[in-house]
Design a protein around this ligand. Sequence first.
Ligand SMILES: O=C(O)CCC(=O)C(=O)O
Ligand SMILES: [Fe+2]
Length: 362
Amino acid sequence: MTKTIAELTDCMRQKMQRGGLNGSLKVDLGEDGVIFIDGSAVSNTDGQANCTITTTLEMFNELYAGRIDAVQAHYKHRLSIDGSQLLATQLTALMDDTEGPSKRVARFSRGADIPDIVKALRSTGAAVIENCITDELADRVAAELRPHFDESGTAYQADFEGYKTLRLGEILARSRSSSELVGEALLLSVIDEILLPHCINYRIGSCTGIEIFPGETAQALHRDDGIYPIHIQGVEWQVSAMWALTDFTKENGATHLLPGSHDGPPRATAAKSDYTVQAEMTKGSLLLYLGSLLHGGGANNSDQPRMGLVNTYAVGWLRQEENHYLAIPKEIADSYPLRIRQLMGYQTHGLLGWYPDADINM
Ligand SMILES: O=C(O)CCC(=O)C(=O)O
Ligand SMILES: [Fe+2]
């Protein structure tokens, strides 16, 4: 049932008793009026705010009920955020009624049993595998990416991606050693368990180098599978694998996670006032999180950059996020082992992606 602005104002007033926001935020509902929140005070009086969310009464009702999250609404052009994204994130977290089932992100060593890692991933939505690769390999990938970060890392700077963060796509064309991370055996064994119940095979969605520099602010919390317009409860479409190419610390921007915010419905945030945990990990460690888990890059308050390589793996019947056929020149793609080519997308899924080449049709 759609709530009126008066009802929503009342509900917000109650929710803000939990602690309120660290600033002022205005929800501009056009002809229906405004909801103005300053700390924990809620009114309908218009004014200047640190963050303005412009949307409709109908869409704000959807957000309030947890049927859509702010980032998805933003992508669908049903909502715009002007000013502090962190306040918008705080608002969505405070609007949720549910307690997170656990604030712990399980940590494993390389020798851990796959079923234990899978169980942790399913239960909280995330898991860390410490020292999954050697420092030597992490350094080698970082060194191969370095000139590309320096040359074209600013190409994707925007509100969501950050303005003090360098980003790179086309990774397999730029760093040969990164294929060792993309095809890492322990990682793929975990992905098998999560994705193969829903597909014949899976492939890389995107493969992105992310270097967060000092002074960067926290990224808006989001779900990586928000790029797809629907979500089916119980069907996980994507798993993200974040490789630490430098140490990830609280100070330098270790990824924020909301344990328990995966799956649904409702697709609401599952946390209250102090609502995220950061995936601190040493260089060479791996953070796995489900495509449906709320997360975001951290603020870098240190004096050193934080570098990661994040690969998503998606069920084989979905369109890949990055177009690997165009991003990776064919001769480079052909030079990789079969498994890496398959993960790039050179493999059919039943009849999907059919092409007259017997090697890749299966
Ligand atoms: O850099 C990070 O820790 C996370 C980045 C992220 O989640 C994204 O860009 O989708
Ligand atoms: Fe993400």
